[in-house]
Ligand binder design. Sequence first.
Ligand code: ADP
Ligand code: MG
Length: 910
Amino acid sequence: MNFYNQNIDDIIAQFNANTKSGLDEKAIQLARNKYGTNVLKASRSRNVLKMLFVQFASPLVLILIVASLVSFFLGEERDGVILLMIVVLNALIGFYQEWKAENILASLKTLVANKCIVIREGSTIEIFADDLVPGDLVKLSEGDGIPADIRLIDSKDFSTNEFILTGESLPSNKDYLFSTDKTLTIADIKNCIFMGTTVARGEAMGIVYATGIQTEIGKISTSSQKIKIADAPIQIEIADVAKKLTVVTLIIAAFLFGIRLLLHDSLVLALVFSISVAAAMVPEGLPAQISMSLALAVGRLAKRKAIVKKMASAQTLGSATVIASDKTGTITKNEMTITGCYFNGESFSVSGLGYEPLGNILNEEGKILNKESLGDLKIFFLSGFLSSTGKISPPDKYHSSWYCIGDPTEASFATLTMKAGYTLEEIEKDYPYVKAFRFDSFRKRATIIRKHNDKIISIVKGSIESVLEASTKIITNGKIDELTADNKKQIFSMATVFSQNALRVIAIAFKDLELKNDYSIDEVEQDLTFAGFVTMFDPPNEGVKEAIESVFKAHMKVFMITGDNEITAKAIAKNIGLMNEGNEFPTVINSTALQTMSDDDLKTVFQKRALLFSRVSPDDKLRIVDLLMRLGEIVAVTGDGVNDTLSLKRADIGVAMGKNGSKVAQEAANMILLDDNFATIVIAVKEGRIIFRNFEKTIKANLACNMAELTCVLFGFVGSFLGVATPILAVQILLIDLVGELLPLTMLTYDPPEKNIMQTPPRNPKEKILTKNAMRGIFFSGIVMGIAAYGAFLYSFFINTTGIGNYEKAITITFVSIIFGQFVNILSRRTDENVLGRYLLSNRNLLLSFVFSIICIMLIVYLPLLNLYFHTSPLQIMDWILPISAGAVCLFLFEIKKSIKRRVNLNSII
Ligand code: ADP
Ligand code: MG
């Protein structure tokens, strides 16, 4: 029988569960031993053979395989073997890189810890979802991820997103009372919820009946967050370039082949040229290299607490132009402490920080009030707690200090009420819960209806505007009066004073209700009696101020989007330096103003580097994001709730919080901040810029070197008619890519940034790396390197006294010259400044890779066996002057070109 066919009592009996106090430590241990931990095995469904096969499927590799077969056929076994070995080695390296990239991405999934709320041994605590066992009693609310397969034992207006299991995109309703004796498909099971899905709405409790691989999702063994491998724009561009180059290669190769045959040359000679062209021109290693470097960058971002879910986002980040950020929980910590209140026309303050219920209530003079003589004030605090759902919990094995369960704003009332001397369990018993209308960012208030003795009361809390709007009466010293316009004004002006000090204000009101079966939100949230308000302190996150400063330096904008009011928003903006040029306060646009503004009006205010939006709803936020995107900005937007998913998906980079964010938001986002800190977004943007800049260097350096090889081949072709031998062989061209390029270019993707990386405007993301200008640069460098190497070859071939006629020695010199040219090409590309400046030694790994390459060159030049296979020959000391001079000539020309460019740029600025 299936779990959804059984009734709740059977399931409880089966797992020794308890619907009140949950499991105890012993039962948990037993269950853990029996069922294991609640983890899905990483799905190793990838096809290794296919991954390997793909490496051989490129046209170049096929050409080379054919060439090697031809070599065997013509009796040149040595050439055949070497070609084959190079092909295999290249493919293996490519395979390794793709493999590693995938591993890095797969490991990220586990970094975002899944937490859930359970009741164990009578207390409500938050644990890691991995520790969940069958029989556990779990509480769920809107936005949560569902941590295991669970049979509901209670639910209110509850629905879940089950797309991942059923493909259904609309939320499916759930009801703990549902029962059936039929066999159903997952989509029709209403009394169970499944691991990997999320809560779309409502609240529920349930008993876990399956964990880990026993769950539905475990059975089909996919896991919820698939990270995509190959879709960064840069990868697409490179794949595209490689394809085009292959076509051009085939044309040139066919052309050379044709001419040679027409001239009645030997087939071998014709083949030598065509294959050399192919080897020189196709950047065969580049695609795999790019995906590995992207993955490494994604790994580095993860170390800095930013989890990027798609490689594309790592690249997009670098060109972000606007960061549209929430206030609470991104710019601030979302650790709410109630610091005071306004009640009965007086204000009070509350001492203590955080959720620990230790502190005193003080009056305006700063005198500690006796807990027994708080009078009406105590009842005011009580009503605050009665309108909240949050809980606090003492330190446990998962938390080092008191922590909140649920929304921090809600939980802070639990701390306050305990500071006032209440025991929460007693309150819950005296005021049983009847119904709740949860907080949402549209209404900006929340209501809980409770029973007390024979009376039904509803208590509402929310932003000062939204609560006053629903209030018609006020209670002062136990007496209920009409709430006049004057009262409202006075309450507002008191609230303003607190808001100016960057405090959040939450107002409380109540209403007596008749005993009924059900209540509608409209009747409950109107005609309220206003009681007072509390003030909450939410400290800014570490490093936010510096982060904002660097965002402005990087010519980017920051828009703060908050549901809070204008005054708090402004106060926070001032604290964190979110100001326009010249310390001018940013304009504040509230929801009402926003709705009356046309798109054109908004476009004008969007010019500013700082803007504040207050009292916004999720719809307003979506409009802001949408408009920014239509203006061509690259937008990073943060979001936390279920209602933010549209904005998160619409933006170029949706950012969700890893600690306090909802699972729903995390799934909609492209990036998750493990530390919930605005400053981390800025770190990620910087990393994005570095990634891009380094790719630029790598790709250009790679193509320039290929160009150099091609230049030599073409000179060789022309020279062959004049009786000059070929300056370089296909095998050596492939060898250059392998020993002279692979490692140095990989190290280039780790290059430390130039100092000004965060002081230049964001790059236009539509702009490709290989613009016309870039192509000209590549041609220039390539031809310079090619001519230098060919010059060295000619010198050695004709003039070098020790080597006249020594063909093998001359081609060895071409080979080494190109590699030396490539070394200086790499070094020179690393900075726009003078190569001999402070960047010269800043990348130790690059220098080490040069050393490694040089050792390989030495072996190739001096080991007789390698001489035989690679057609090289030992060089005398004096011979080294040639390749070294070739490198020096290249360096000299590259640097001259850079200094001209610097001067032109400078002139164009002046
Ligand atoms: P933000 O995240 O930008 O601070 P929110 O949309 O979360 O904005 O909140 C907007 C306003 O709604 C807050 O300023 C506060 O007055 C009120 N509010 C926030 N959370 C709650 C809650 N749980 N219950 C009642 N009111 C709340
Ligand atoms: Mg919020």
